[in-house]
Design a binder for this molecule. Sequence first.
Ligand code: TA6
Length: 303
Amino acid sequence: MQAVDTLNRQFAIPGAVSFQRGKGDLTFVELRSAGSVVNITTHGAHVTSWQPPEGEEVLFVSDESAFEPGSPIRGGVPVCFPWFGQNTTTPNAPQHGFARIHEWNVESVSIDGTGRVVVTFLLTADKSARQWWPYDFELRHTVTVDAALTLALETRNTGGEAFTFSEALHTYLRVSDVRNVSVTGLEDAEYISKTDNFSRKRAGREPLRVEAEIDRCYINTRSAISLDDPGFGRRLTVEKSGSDSTVVWNPWTRKAAATADFGDEEWPFMLCIETANAFTDAVAVAPGETHAMGASISVEQTG
Ligand code: TA6
C-alpha cells in the first residue's frame, strides 16, 4: 500500500489533487475540476463520491457500507473484474470478482490546461488474485474529472495464454425516489432477468420505470442511458464505449432488508445503471491484447 505522504509528494497538485486517509483509514484521493469534487479510494480504485458544481451528489453510498480491506463498498462505482456476479466455477470466490476488494496502486496523475484532472490506478495479478484466477493481467482504471465524470477500465493480457473475463463499472446513481424516475435508452433491448431465473426477455418501447425489485442485464446494447429525475430536477446520462451490457438494479424492500450493508429504508434513493460486459457479452483477450470499456456520466439540470 502506498503511503499517503508518499502519494502527495509524488502526485499532489495544489487545488486539484490531494491524498488523505479517510473512512476506515483507507487511502482516498480528492480531485477538483470544473467545480466538481470527486473522491476515490485506492481500495478497489473505487469512486465513492461526485459532487457536481450544482445540485445533489450524483453517487449513492449506503450509510451501512463497510470501508475496510477485503470488503466491498456498498455504493459509488464498484469495479467488478474478472467476473460479474457469482463465479460459476468457484462458488466460494468473491462475488463480482476480486478487483473491488483489492488495494490498487496509483500509477499516474495529470492536469491539462483546461483544469481537467486524470488519475490512473493499476492492479496486477498477485498471490491473492491467483488463488481465484490463474492469469497474468494489468487492469487500469482511469478516472477523468471535468464537466463530466469519465471512467475507463482497460484490461491487458500480459500472460502467455488467452483468457475470457466479464466486468462492470457497477455505478450506484443517487436519485430522489426510484419510484419517480424514468430511464430511456433500453427500449426494445433484450435482457436477462435475474429475478426471473435468469430468463431472457425483451424490453417494451416505453421508458423503463421501477415498480419492484429489478435486476436485469440488458445484452447487445451499446446505447447511452438517460435517467430523468424530476425530484432532483436533473437528467443523468451514462454514455459508454467498449460495453455490450447494461445492468439495472434496485433491491427494493425485501432484498434491501436482507442485505447487511444496505439500510432497510435506503432502497428508494438509488438505481444502479452499470456499464458492463457480462453473461453472453464476456470478453476474450489473447496474449498481449488490451480491451477497454468506458462510461462517461454527465448531469443536466432540468428543473
Ligand atoms: O448488478 C446487480 C447485482 O448483480 C445484483 O444481483 C446484486 O447482487 C448486486 O449486484 C450487488 O451485488 P453485491 O455483491 O455488491 O452485493
